[in-house]
Design a protein around this ligand. Structure first.
Ligand SMILES: Nc1nc2c(ncn2[C@@H]2O[C@H](COP(=O)(O)OP(=O)(O)OP(=O)(O)O)[C@@H](O)[C@H]2O)c(=O)[nH]1
Ligand SMILES: [Mg+2]
Ligand SMILES: [Zn+2]
Length: 294
């Protein structure tokens, strides 16, 4: 039978058996052929009532990050990357949103930006949120406002993620575990100021975990992954990680225009006439500069 991989530890893993996380033994060759990741589909044989994984099926797509030995798969078979940020505590940082969205786009994933903790909103947040929503719409990203405390916006989140496999990324404290707890209907997950903040460094395991949602589909938490990486994106490809900029760029004078000051640049012109926001453009330039240096 085929089961969804829930989490992977050094030489063991867990799989979802009728929605329950169940530990499984693994054939040695599996780790050699295709090291498993959360979200993979495993071919499983039952041995004395215990799942034994004999094969990992090819992936539809995956979210990866660079590590010293190459690329590491964080999660596989994903329908949507949710960039979950909070309005306050910690404060929303536009750069985080842009970087994560660009990285997910590079992996070929659809993006949803969800701003949590709107119960903490002040009057003057309105304009910033409207700008972010407009920019997300232009880039083709889904957008939502929510509060896990008051329940505002959660029905819209449910319908956006229902039946899909959704990988979440967001700063520590944004409310990822809280949202997963609500959507999965489980109350045994750890949240709060100390959850997940074990001081894990860049090269330790991400510990992604697949949680079935009550509305169908899965949410994949990625504790230990501070922000989606961009350093593996080739410089000339960064413009394709910004779907709105990629479309505008087809009108540039030079086909290989990097939109960084070349003559006849349609992207620069779009910023001047207001059809591309200065914030989006600045984020692109800053990530371009970052990968150029690396
Ligand atoms: N005011 C308010 N607080 C919230 C909301 N959602 C979550 N919180 C609180 O924010 C804190 C952090 O939430 P977590 O769900 O643990 O955050 P996380 O993103 O999982 O953080 P890490 O596991 O550290 O990456 C907890 O104290 C939650 O109760 C919300 O909508 N409004
Ligand atoms: Mg958490
Ligand atoms: Zn250009």
């Amino acid at each position: 039978m085929e089961l969804r991989v829930c989490s992977v530890h050094r030489r063991e893993m867990t799989v979802l058996v009728r929605g329950r996380e169940t530990s499984a033994t693994v054939s040695g060759k599996v780790f050699l052929e295709r090291p498993p990741a959360a979200g993979d589909i495993a071919v499983v044989e039952m041995e004395e009532g215990k799942p034994h994984v004999v094969e990992i099926l090819p992936r539809r797509n995956s979210l990866q990050r660079p590590v010293l030995s190459g690329m590491q798969v964080i999660a596989a078979n994903i329908d949507l990357a949710m960039v979950l940020v909070s309005l306050r505590d910690p404060p929303l940082r536009r750069g985080f949103v842009e970087r994560s969205a660009a990285s997910a786009t590079w992996s070929g994933l659809q993006v949803m930006v969800l701003v949590n903790k709107v119960d903490l909103a002040a009057e003057d947040d309105r304009e910033m949120l409207a700008r972010l929503e407009l920019d997300c719409g232009r880039a083709g990203f889904a957008f939502g406002l929510a509060s896990c405390v008051t329940g505002t916006g959660l029905d819209a989140v449910r319908s956006a993620v229902s039946g899909r496999s959704v990988v979440m990324t967001g700063p520590s404290g944004a409310g990822k575990t809280t949202l997963i707890r609500i959507l999965s209907g489980r109350d045994d997950l750890k949240t709060g100021p100390l959850s997940g903040r074990t001081g894990k460094g860049m090269h330790t395991t991400v510990g992604a975990r697949v949680m079935p949602m009550a509305c169908g589909g899965f949410l994949i938490d990625t504790p230990g992954l501070k922000v989606l990486p961009v350093s593996h994106i080739p410089r000339g490809e960064m413009k394709n990680c910004f779907p709105d900029i990629a479309v505008l760029g087809t009108a540039c004078r030079f086909r290989d225009c990097l939109h960084s000051g070349e003559p006849g640049c349609a992207v620069k012109a779009a910023v001047e006439e207001g059809s591309l926001s200065g914030e989006r453009y600045a984020a692109y330039r800053s990530l371009l500069e970052e990968v150029s240096r690396g």
